[in-house]
Structure formats: C-alpha cells, structure tokens
Design a protein around this ligand. Structure first.
Ligand SMILES: CC(C)(COP(=O)(O)OP(=O)(O)OC[C@H]1O[C@@H](n2cnc3c(N)ncnc32)[C@H](O)[C@@H]1OP(=O)(O)O)[C@@H](O)C(=O)NCCC(=O)NCCS
Length: 412
C-alpha cells in the first residue's frame, strides 16, 4: 500500500469523476466532472484525492466556506463528496482521507469543518458532532392564521427584487448560528431555477424585510403532492406574520405544506393544528405525532485557539476554565487548555500552572458542539459526554457559551 493524499491535478478530474460516479449513482461522470471543476462552493482548488499505486482510490472536496457563528463569520472547511472507489472499501480509507483533508484545511487556515454525514456514527469517530436541528411540519396550509401583512408579499421576478432577497439574507444570516455566506453562483442557482416560487415581504414603507423560497412538488403522485418551503428569513415580526399568512393563503391549491422550523421558532404554537398529516408515525397513548425532528449538519473544530479567538462569549462571566481535550485526529488540539473568559471574549492557550475555576474533560466532538451552540456545557455533563470537577460553575459556563441553536439552509 502506497497511499498519497494531496490536491488533485487538473488532468486527473475525469478519473476523479469516475470514482464519484460509482459512489453517487444516478449521474454520468461528465456531470461530476463539471461539478468538481466549477461547483458553486468550490472547484479544483478544493479537490482532495488519495492516490494508491498510481490510481485514484478516493476523493473528497474541502470546500472553503464562511459560516456565521455568534455574529462572526468563521473560515470553515465543508467536507463533501466523500467517495471511495468500489474496489477500496472497508479498509479505513475514507477515515484516512477525511483525516488528511482536515489536516490540510487546518494548515490553510480553516478553524473548523462542517458536513452532512452519510452515517453520523462514522463522522463522530472522527470528532464531528451533530450541530443542527429543525422541526419538519406537514400540515394543511389553512391551519396557518391570516394577517394584514399578507398585503406586503410580492413575487420575486426582477433583478431588483432578487437583490432585495439577497440583502435580507445578508442582514439576517449573521444573527443565526450556522448559516453560510453565499456566493453569486449559489444565489443564481436558488433564485433563477425552475419549479420554485420566491416571494419577498415589503413593509408599508416599501423596505424588504423577509422572503420565502418554495418548491412546487408537482413531481409526486397527485395525492402526495405538497408545497415545500425550502427557506425563509425575516427581519421583523410583521414580515414573519406576512410570510406565514401567505403560506396559509395557498390552501385551495395545496392540500399539504411542508415547512421546516428552527426549534426556537415554536411554529407549532403559531398554527391552529400542529397534528402532522399522513404519517406512519405511532402516537403515544393519547398523544398525537406533530413535527418530525430533522438532524443532519455536523461540525468539528480544527484549531482550538484560532476558533476560540474568533468567537464571542456571552453572559459577561469572568472565569478561567481548564479544558482536557481528547482528539484522535489532530494532536495539536489534544491535551490541556486554559480558556480565559473575560470582556466578552474567549481566549484559549496551553495550560499554565495556575488554578482554574473548573476543569472540563471532553472529546473534541463534544467541545465542537458546545462551541457552535448545539449543546450546553450542562447538557454535555448531564448526558455523560463531559465531566466537570466543579458543577457549580455550569450555569456560568452555559451563559458564556450560549448561542442560538445552529442550523443551515445550504446543502454543500
Ligand atoms: C461511505 C464510504 C465513503 C466509506 O468508505 P470506506 O473507505 O469503506 O470507509 P472506512 O473503511 O474508512 O470506514 C467504513 C467502516 O468500515 C470499517 N472498517 C475500516 N477498516 C475495516 C476493515 N479492514 N475491515 C472491516 N471494516 C473496516 C470502519 O471502521 C467503518 O465503520 P465504523 O464507522 O463503524 O467505524 C464509501 O462506502 C462510499 O464511497 N460510499 C458511497 C458514497 C457515499 O455515501 N459517500 C459519503 C457521502 S458524505
């Protein structure tokens, strides 16, 4: 075995695309060739391969993403298109490929990495932690209350309106955890492709304050069709009411609406009947099934001091936390860290001889989830995935690490 992990050369893309076509079946290699060279999130510069005995045995993309965390945009590697040739499976190659890719990304300055897993447990062993949840509602649109703000909804059909949508997203995304900074190519794909409906909400003064992107799922059998809301954002309560009311107003055409809500949105409290339609899900005694909890995005720190330096802390606590971190892939992260929480910042440095206020011991996956707001320190301790010597410090740590729970609209 003579494996080499490195960036792909331009002349190798056809061979790389053939490996991908064996793994993501349904498109020809020529489709992947185009995508790997000029994908919306990254091209040849992001293409990582394993060469074994002169042939391409595995590939992945190390996409240069910008992800919003606590109002700061972090440089994050998006791990995508992980594919191992069908002749090279079950020998640990995917794990070695991902690990080598993480190391490369860290060296180029990425402080963390994000992905959507084919199997969460595989990536958990590599230090990624689940970092994104959404409730999926499937309801008849008429359960959504009407409101006067529905007057402010207009179809997005001009370049000016498309620019308004983009502007709303760009103002809204920094207030969220996990949303990505988007390229022109992403916006083009989202706003100009067929089969979608895009609406904008303008307030009485004419300023855009919200939008929604929907997809008409007319590709399904008639009784299974639904209107799917792919994304929505608002900057004011009025925009939110207007967008909800617009969805409700489509009830004569669509018997089903599929809507994904952030857990903090409490969409179920806004509608008249949160019982889910057409599901095989069992109830529980007198309980009925409502939304389905969707999970997917995972997140992992690559560079602890650089990531902590970029992330604000909240809650005004001043304390010194010792972290004892296990990291099986990136030894630079492993061991003792002294994290000083003061003046709204987190500062991580190698531990000195000082006495900490508390010592938290945990794996990199758990620390990554805490960092990105997916898991509070007290929840981690309660779940048994972290231990602390002074549990009385947990409320202060919860406050310091508090962020809106993460989610993202973008598939990469
Ligand atoms: C998913 C995929 C990338 C995995 O590739 P792989 O090289 O077989 O993966 P690995 O060998 O590193 O690991 C797979 C499992 O095999 C196990 N394994 C590793 N070496 C092994 C060996 N010698 N014998 C048996 N099993 C082994 C690993 O431990 C792992 O199981 P675990 O998660 O329970 O630990 C590959 O099947 C593929 O290309 N699939 C299609 C495309 C796809 O789904 N890509 C993922 C998109 S994100």
């Amino acid at each position: 075995m003579s494996e080499t992990f490195r960036l792909a050369r331009a002349d190798e893309v056809p061979q790389v695309a053939r490996v991908v076509a064996h793994s993501f079946v349904g498109h020809p290699a020529s489709y992947y060739e185009q995508l790997l060279r000029h994908g919306p999130w990254g091209g040849l510069d992001a293409l990582w391969v394993c060469e074994d005995e002169g042939c391409i045995a595995a590939i992945c993309q190390l996409l240069p993403l910008q992800q919003w965390v606590g109002g700061t945009c972090l440089q994050v590697m998006g791990m995508a298109s992980v594919a191992v040739a069908p002749t090279h499976r079950r020998r640990g190659l995917a794990a070695r490929l991902v690990t080598s890719g993480m190391r490369f990304a860290r060296e180029r300055g990425d402080v963390a990495t994000a992905l959507y897993p084919f199997r969460a447990s595989f990536y958990q062993k590599l230090g990624y932690g689940p970092a994104g949840e959404a409730y999926q509602y499937r309801v008849p649109p008429e359960v959504i209350p009407d409101s006067a703000e529905r007057q402010g909804i207009a179809l997005v059909e001009s370049d000016t309106a498309r620019a308004e949508v983009r502007d709303v997203y760009e103002r809204w995304a920094p207030t969220q955890t996990g949303q990505l900074r988007r390229t022109d190519a992403i916006w083009k794909r989202l706003l100009q492709s067929d089969g979608r409906v895009v609406v904008v909400y303008r307030n009485q003064a004419g300023s855009a304050e919200g939008y929604a992107v929907g997809r008409y799922r007319a590709d399904l059998p008639v009784d299974a069709r639904f209107l799917e809301i792919e994304e929505r954002a608002w900057l004011s309560p009025g925009a939110r009411r207007g967008l909800y009311a617009w969805m409700g107003s489509l009830a004569d055409q669509w018997q089903q609406l599929v809507y994904r809500a952030h857990p903090a949105e409490r969409f179920g409290d806004r509608i008249e009947e949160p019982r889910i339609l057409r599901t095989g899900e069992p109830g529980w005694n007198l309980w009925f099934p409502s939304a389905v909890l969707l999970a997917g995005p995972m997140f992992r720190l690559l560079d602890i001091p650089a990531a902590f330096a970029a992330r604000p802390q909240f809650g005004g606590t001043s304390l010194m936390l010792r972290l004892e971190v296990e990291d099986g892939q990136i030894p630079e992260n492993a061991g003792s860290w002294e994290v000083r929480l003061e003046n709204g910042r987190l500062h991580a440095a190698r531990a000195s001889a000082g006495t900490p206020d508390a010592t938290l011991s945990l794996g990199i996956g758990t620390l990554s989830r805490m960092f990105v707001g997916a898991l509070r320190p007290s929840e981690a301790v309660d779940a048994g995935v972290a231990t602390i010597d002074r549990p009385m410090e947990l409320p202060a740590l919860d406050q310091a690490f508090a962020l809106p729970r993460p989610w993202t609209f973008d598939a990469f």
